[in-house]
Design a protein around this ligand. Structure first.
Ligand code: FAD
Length: 280
């Protein structure tokens, strides 16, 4: 199972964000703003409210001034191939298979739950052990680890130390908390979110899949994927939004009918079906 630990972060993220945004919109110098914070003339509540309002806008560059440092371990190379595709606002250090030699061919690996459930765990482990044993014989014969590793599977476990800024972390969560992302990446993103929630709840709550109410608020994946997504029950799809908008623009939105008013009058108080829920 992946393990994620928040090692450190910008000392006071809300204050940093407040300073960054305030400088843009204030006639005061940043030094004067800092002095007012020190003198408690600007309260924490004021800073939080101001930052929360700014976070609703597209002014995102101040988010690059807040960073989080994570230790991530017990993840597969299948995960790491995807992780390092993120190019902006995140710096990676990853355990090397060139400089780390697995003695006696024993290497850590990840087993997907689906393989266990399908009853293939034993066969899977045997296959990985065979690769490990040939790896050991190659190393023993003088083949360098960087070449012996060609045998190692995507299942081989690896470790990271990363530093990521808040803007990049929001983007990673947009994509990787989405139910379309791979399970291991979803797990890592969820653990990163939990770590940020622990130290700065207001920012942690912002880390959502892109359809989250604090992010886009709708789904832009394929309609079919939205229909299959459990979150689709509470998030509209962009095509649905466009359809409603088009109807509204053409003045074709269906007017409320007599039976609708009758339903309003006779409503029993049972909860209404959620948006996107299938009929029946
Ligand atoms: C569900 C899912 C399935 C995927 N399937 C595949 C797949 O089959 N094959 C595959 O190869 N990859 C796949 N990917 C990876 C995907 O294509 C991206 O490489 C990865 O998600 C990183 O996303 P990003 O480029 O938005 O992030 P970052 O690299 O962190 O970029 C952050 C932002 O900066 C922009 N940006 C970065 N560099 C540039 C640039 N040079 N010019 C202009 N804008 C830039 C990005 O568009 C993005 O908005 C998949 C990702 C997901 C989430």
């Amino acid at each position: 199972m992946p393990q994620v630990t928040l090692l450190s972060h910008t000392p006071d993220p809300i204050r940093s964000l407040y300073m960054a945004y305030r400088v843009c919109y204030s006639s005061l110098t940043p030094q004067q703003v800092a002095e007012r914070i020190e003198a408690e003339r600007i309260s924490r509540e004021t800073m939080e409210t101001f930052v929360a309002e700014r976070l609703k806008t597209g002014h995102t560059s101040p988010l690059e001034q807040v960073v989080f440092e994570f230790a991530i371990s017990g993840v597969s190379r299948a995960f790491s191939h995807q992780f390092v595709r993120h190019r902006v606002g995140i710096s990676f250090e990853q355990q090397s298979q060139r400089y780390v030699t697995y003695r006696d061919g024993g290497y850590p690996y990840v087993t997907p739950e689906s393989i266990r459930k399908a009853g293939f765990e034993e066969e899977y482990e045997r296959h990985l052990a065979e690769a490990g044993s040939l790896y050991a014989r190659l190393v023993e014969a003088g083949v360098p680890a960087e070449d012996a590793r060609f045998l190692l599977p995507n299942a081989a476990a690896t470790n990271f130390k990363v530093t990521v800024n808040l803007q990049a972390l929001l983007h990673i969560c947009d994509l990787r908390l989405c139910t379309r992302a791979q399970w291991e990446f979803r797990k890592v993103a969820a653990l990163m979110r939990a770590e940020v929630l622990r130290v700065e709840p207001m920012l942690g709550r912002m880390l959502q899949p892109k359809c989250g109410e604090l992010r886009m608020g709708y789904c832009d994946e394929e309609l079919k994927a939205w229909e299959a997504c459990p979150i689709g029950r509470v998030r509209p799809h962009k095509e649905v939004l466009f359809r409603v908008y088009e109807q509204h623009r053409r003045g074709e939105l269906q007017p409320l009918r007599a039976e609708d008013y009758a339903a309003i009058e006779t409503l029993t108080g049972e909860p209404a079906p959620e948006a996107g829920a299938s009929a029946g």
